[in-house]
Design a binder for this molecule. Structure first.
Ligand SMILES: [Zn+2]
Length: 306
């Protein structure tokens, strides 16, 4: 509707028609999402945001050509060949006043790889992730140095400095998550990741660290990167993966249970005597649950369930 009303306004306003179009679409979308007839006005306090249609943007050696102007940019990485620029591309501003050109691209998906290596991933509180092969991945410590610097800047009411520290911390966390998820989809062909039990933990004071740890963005990254790289990813219900013995399949009384069990790092199966690291055992169970779930249509016959 708005699109029709604004069709000829582009020249008058000096704004590219694709931008007006995308703004209208976003307005309509937010309106139905929020179930409000009108939305708040984007005032000076809002960060800048200029969406555009993918086809309006042309790559030049030093930047991009858009709306009769060349925008020189620092390219954080190159646009791979064969990629097309999608709608949803935009100029945006961060809270430090820097402008970014965010380009979303569409790549042809890779073909499904043959499945040779499988991994189960247990996302946890103590270690960020534990793999079924025994590897433990630490979350970057919540940047003690950054926290100290943050506290100092906050006390001194240096808001620019505060924003700079916050942005840096966010970048470091996102960098950690992206590097890890890329490594995993490259290294493994079949990936089983526990479906979050955070819902169950939300009532405890563990909740904050669960939500903080970035597990859900990590899971999302794994999901789309797996598709891009031709790996196979499934989310697995992680109920009982901690309590079950990955050697004999029993659920002995000696296994860690409930909130009280959260502190237990190692345990011995009272049925078969197997010694388990709590999280590695859970990761192994997550992988075998997936392999079992694939059943006879499984493409994974050669998969050693470690
Ligand atoms: Zn056992």
């Amino acid at each position: 509707m708005l699109n029709k009303l604004t069709t000829v306004s582009s020249k008058e306003l000096g704004i590219h028609s694709g931008t007006i179009n995308a703004v209208c679409e976003q307005y309509a979308k937010s309106r139905s999402q929020k179930r409000r007839p009108y939305l708040r006005y984007r005032g000076k306090k809002n960060l800048g945001w200029v969406p555009l249609k993918g086809r309006e943007l042309k790559e030049t050696p030093k930047g991009f050509h858009f709306n009769g102007r060349e925008y020189k940019v620092f390219k954080s990485r190159c646009i791979p060949c064969g990629a097309t620029i999608k709608d949803g591309t935009n100029f945006s501003q961060d809270n430090r006043g820097n402008w970014f050109l965010n380009i979303s691209i569409e790549l042809p998906d890779s073909a499904q790889r043959p499945i040779n290596r499988g991994v189960g991933i247990d996302l946890g509180l103590k270690d960020f992730a534990t793999l079924s092969n025994g590897e433990k991945i630490q979350a970057p410590v919540l940047y003690r140095d950054a926290q100290v610097a943050l506290a100092i800047a906050q006390r001194a009411r240096k808001s620019r400095r505060v924003r700079a520290i916050q942005a840096k911390t966010a970048h470091r966390r996102s960098d950690f998550l992206h590097k890890l998820s890329t490594r995993i989809v490259r290294e493994f062909d079949l990936i089983a990741v526990g479906d979050v039990s955070a819902a169950g933990l939300v009532k405890t004071n563990m909740a904050k660290s669960v939500l903080d740890a970035g597990g859900s963005s990590f899971r999302n990254q794994l999901t789309y990167k797996a598709v891009k790289h031709g790996a196979w990813l499934e989310k697995v219900n992680e109920n009982f993966t901690t309590q079950t013995c990955s050697d004999c399949g029993a659920r002995p009384d000696s296994s860690p249970r409930g909130i009280a069990g959260l502190g237990i790092r190692q345990w011995v199966c009272s049925e078969c005597g197997g010694l388990h690291d709590r999280d590695v055992n859970a990761a192994e169970n997550i992988l075998s649950k997936l392999v079992a779930g694939l059943g006879h249509e499984t493409p994974v016959e050669g998969i050693p369930v470690l």
